[in-house]
Design a protein around this ligand. Sequence first.
Ligand SMILES: [Zn+2]
Length: 106
Amino acid sequence: MEKNDLCPVCNSKGIKVKSITVKHLVIDELADQISDDTYFICMNEDCDVVYYKLNNEKIFYIKEVKVPVWLKKDASPKFICYCNQVTEQQIINAVALLFKKLLVKL
Ligand SMILES: [Zn+2]
């Protein structure tokens, strides 16, 4: 158990995601900033943070993630193969959560 994998904003426990996953889901302007580290996805539906990285506390907020576009394109099977550390169910849960966050914002 890693004890400092908590969201820097809300302190909820995150789920690990590979950097390539983050790179594909953040807006293009930010994709260059994604380093080859482990990122986490915040699972707190009340938190504006989507992805974060721990050592320099890089945070990506809901508005910096292009999930709506990605959902419309129905690309979820592609997404799953980018992140073999994460189970399909975790992805489904995470996407459902993101969608909920986005709906709250609208
Ligand atoms: Zn959070």
